[in-house]
Design a protein around this ligand. Structure first.
Ligand SMILES: [Zn+2]
Length: 301
């Protein structure tokens, strides 16, 4: 899904590694400024909670950007692992790679750990990094380092105080998050009484996975004498043009007087729009955030 070749220079890959690991909660001890030897590993620490206290675990991070050549990182490329870890007084080793680690390198690291020479190791390979980048909280990083990927992936981002999932009313699955998996999709469905004259009634709204969950809700309402009179595909509504058309259509219907929402249905509609905006709208930049904050402080919004 993501093209790691979007990051061109190895130096930028190192800066990306620093920002990514910081976002994951590591403390960055030393930034990847380049020394005369042509390369510098990154040093990071994390606080580990023990049974009686906390202690610091220091990782040496080795960044390798082989995305262009698309070759795995081998043992020969990662020489002197133990010496490098010891030289920085680190406890563990992290490989941060835009491809994968070769099986030889993986085996070598396992051996070092089993022999007690290395306390621990982790490999962040391209797929694992991608999985993090499409999850909530990483959209700023994605936008900064992968501008093309950002537009394709449409990551979820926090607009409000926190992220609000758009859950299926039946199984509880977060349908916004599940859209990263192409097989999954959901709908928003409008339930109402039979039309009287020109007037349509929206008695209730539900969000459900397509198929089984949707059928279950449909049956539930049918028993109450209500039917589904309209529905929209959630994936379509992630398209900004279709999303704004949906909002316009809703406003027009309300203004025409031919549509009547119950209080509950209208409240659900508003919450739905707010949650969807976490996927459809663009990530705010720092200037946007500041402007929003100052208007909110003055009580203007
Ligand atoms: Zn469901």
């Amino acid at each position: 899904m993501l093209d790691f070749k979007e990051i061109v220079r190895p130096e930028d890959w190192e800066l990306f590694a620093r920002d990514f690991l910081q976002q994951l909660g590591f403390f960055i001890e030393s930034s990847p400024d380049r020394g005369p030897d042509g390369g510098k590993d990154l040093l990071i620490t994390e606080t580990i909670e023990g049974k009686v206290g906390q202690y610091q675990f220091r990782w040496l991070v080795s960044c390798k950007h082989n995305a262009v050549s698309n070759i795995s990182v081998s043992e020969t490329e990662e020489y002197n692992i133990l010496e490098r870890v010891a030289g920085f007084n680190a406890d563990g080793y992290i490989g941060f790679y835009s491809t994968v680690a070769s099986s030889g390198l993986n085996n070598r690291l396992k051996q070092l750990k089993e022999a007690g020479k290395l306390k621990d190791f982790r490999i962040f390979e391209h797929k694992l990094i991608e999985n993090y980048l499409i999850s909530i909280g990483f959209s700023t990083l994605l936008m900064r380092y992968f501008p093309v990927g950002y537009r394709t992936i449409k990551p979820l981002h926090v607009i409000f105080d926190k992220y609000y999932p758009l859950e299926c009313d039946v199984c509880g699955k977060d349908l916004l998050e599940s859209m990263f998996d192409d097989k999954m999709n959901g709908i928003i469905s409008f339930v109402g009484r039979p039309i009287s004259g020109n007037k349509k009634f929206v008695d209730d709204i539900y969000i459900a996975c397509k198929g089984k969950c949707d059928k279950e809700k449909e049956n539930e309402f049918r028993i109450k004498g209500l039917t589904t009179n309209n529905w929209n595909d959630l994936k379509d509504l992630t398209n900004s043009a279709l999303f704004i058309k949906y909002i316009m259509a809703t406003l027009n219907q309300l203004q025409s007087g031919n549509y009547e929402y119950t209080k509950e249905a209208f409240a659900k509609e508003k919450v739905f729009l707010l949650k969807m905006s976490q996927k459809v709208l663009f990530q705010m930049n720092e200037e946007d955030k500041e402007r929003h904050k100052s208007l909110a402080e003055f009580g203007l919004i």
